[in-house]
Design a protein around this ligand. Structure first.
Ligand SMILES: Cc1cc2nc3c(=O)[nH]c(=O)nc-3n(C[C@H](O)[C@H](O)[C@H](O)COP(=O)(O)OP(=O)(O)OC[C@H]3O[C@@H](n4cnc5c(N)ncnc54)[C@H](O)[C@@H]3O)c2cc1C
Length: 496
């Protein structure tokens, strides 16, 4: 199956990577379903290895990837695909979190030891990496420091991030404000007397809510809060809007809360992503040094003077780049659901063909024989391949933007932002709806947790909301297009 090639290291897949053979269940005789699967595979009219190389950027990258998956699966104890993954065997919040710690650690350690970023975006189970308590660390926490920090801050923090000596979170959303980031209420007030910044949650609706890994796991966080600087006139102050701050959440050795004014907790079970500890944070006058404000976009001097160094909207730049990764992830999430449903459709026999010219009376047929099933699955398979190919282009665009931003070249920011907001919305919508239909393609068996499909559907669906709600994303793309139209109508050349 072509979809399987996208996911060739899925635990439920082929035995190319030194894992135990998956064609027979130990202790059982081959059955009809195995014969049907072998027959379907034998009908492939293309070289699956060549396709796998195309998907994964050539033979070397493919071989490296196989090695990484084999090592990580071995370290996480999940090489035996005949055993149900823990998620489907135990469903308590605690068990799921432990599983997240276990596999998240295996993936992280493999990346650090073998110097790769394969699991920075997607877990070895093909959901977004924030399914693990360490999954926000590189993408959102590390990238925030890299983009929003000044040179000194980058030099201090990036080695800690790379070596895994801290585990970072990205703390932005509040109970009362998600899409409207500019409306968030947590305050970061500069105290000129002792050169500190005081973080505070002024109302219940200002409680930080949702950030991955804050409930039990994160040691540090990038916290988005309103910078308030007292002015010369007594009792007066100025609100400089949302800025990023580095805040210690837990002692790196003991795991104890880093400050008395911190209140952290779990927000409870979700339909997916329960391997992560998404949580809430309240700040009760938590003090941090002034120098913990990330000062790559704006700097705050000892005397309380704010200097803008880059375009203000770059403060939200981390989310822009994470949308690029999400588009890639969406392709694989859809491919994973289609792979399961296609395999199932090849071995599930149900009903007869109704017409004479369709070998009527030849017995029950695999459901993949039905044109409607082919249309549903193959069109989603095509979507997954198209999304994966497009994601390579968006990655290149993001890499180009990253290098421009380092040189303070903002000429393509609006273009990439407009494009990526729409791409994120379209990709994740297609993946969520396609995965849901793949689940339905498996009938009642697809609805069972052990099919893996309900989990894939719910993790794909979450991507329509996280890192920017899709409706809001479409609005941003539409706004960009209207601006471009105005520029073109005025006879000028649009940027990007
Ligand atoms: C699994 C998961 C992980 C997350 N991880 C993190 C994390 O690590 N850190 C973090 O800070 N946050 C995190 N979030 C929070 C996430 O970023 C927000 O949920 C998201 O930005 C949406 O905000 P909201 O929940 O307040 O929804 P709302 O903004 O209240 O949206 C609710 C509805 O209102 C509609 N709506 C809102 N504004 C408009 C508008 N202007 N026009 C039209 N319709 C509108 C939306 O389309 C949506 O249907 C996570 C969320 C999830 C689900």
């Amino acid at each position: 199956m072509a979809s399987a090639d996208m996911l060739e290291h899925s635990p439920a897949n082929v035995a190319k990577d030194n894992t135990p053979s998956r064609t027979t269940i130990p202790g059982t005789a081959p059955n009809r379903q195995m014969a049907l699967m072998a027959e379907a595979r034998a009908k492939a009219t293309f070289d699956t290895e060549t396709l796998a190389e195309l998907i994964h950027d050539g033979p070397e990258a493919l071989a490296f990837r196989r090695g990484a998956y084999a090592r990580t699966e071995a370290a996480a104890g999940s090489t035996d695909s005949w055993k149900l993954p823990l998620q489907y065997a135990h469903t308590s919040r605690e068990d799921l979190y432990r599983e997240g710690l276990h596999t998240g650690r295996a993936a992280w350690e493999d990346g650090v030891k073998h110097d790769h970023s394969l699991f920075d975006v997607l877990t070895p189970r093909y959901c977004m990496s924030n399914a693990s308590p360490f999954g926000i660390h590189f993408n959102l926490f590390g990238r925030s420091i890299d983009f929003l920090g000044n040179l000194e801050q980058r030099q201090k923090w990036m080695p800690l991030v790379a070596q895994g000596r801290v585990n970072g979170a990205y703390v932005q959303t509040e109970v009362g404000h998600g899409s409207n980031v500019a409306g968030i209420q947590t305050t970061a007030t500069f105290d000129t007397t002792d050169d500190t910044i005081v973080l505070h949650t002024p109302t219940t609706s200002a409680t930080k809510y949702w950030p991955g890994s804050v409930a039990f796991s994160a040691t540090d966080a990038v916290v988005m809060a309103r910078l308030i600087v007292p002015s010369q006139a007594p009792g007066r102050s100025k609100d400089y809007g949302v800025q990023p701050f580095l805040v210690a959440l837990r002692d790196r050795e003991t795991g104890r809360l880093a400050s008395e004014g911190l209140e952290l907790g779990d927000i409870g079970p979700m339909p997916g992503y329960n391997q992560n500890d998404n949580g809430y944070v309240c700040f009760n006058n938590v003090k941090i040094p002034r120098t913990n404000m990330l000062m790559g976009v704006c700097s705050l001097s000892r005397s309380g003077e704010l200097t803008r160094l880059a375009r203000a909207e770059l403060v939200y730049g981390t989310m822009l780049s994470s949308r690029t990764f999400i588009t890639h992830g969406a392709a694989f999430q859809l491919a994973q659901a289609v792979t399961i449903a296609t395999r199932y459709s090849v071995v599930r026999e149900q009903g007869n063909l109704p017409f004479e010219d369709q070998q009527k009376g030849s017995g029950e047929v695999p459901i993949m024989t039905y044109k409607s099933q082919q249309y549903r699955l193959l069109s989603q398979l095509a979507n997954a391949h198209a999304m994966n190919s497009t994601a390579k282009i968006t990655y290149a665009m993001q890499a180009d933007l990253d290098s421009r931003l380092k040189k303070q070249d903002y000429s393509t920011v609006a273009h990439v932002h407009g494009l990526m907001a729409g791409a994120k919305a379209w990709f994740t919508n297609v993946a969520a709806e396609g995965a849901e239909d793949a689940k339905r393609c498996c009938g009642g068996h697809g609805y069972l947790s052990m099919s893996g499909l309900p989990e894939i559907v719910s993790t794909a669906a979450a991507c329509c909301t996280l890192e920017g709600d899709n409706v809001v994303m479409w609005q941003q793309t539409a706004r960009y297009l209207m601006k471009v139209m105005n520029v073109i109508e005025a006879g000028k050349v649009a940027e990007g």
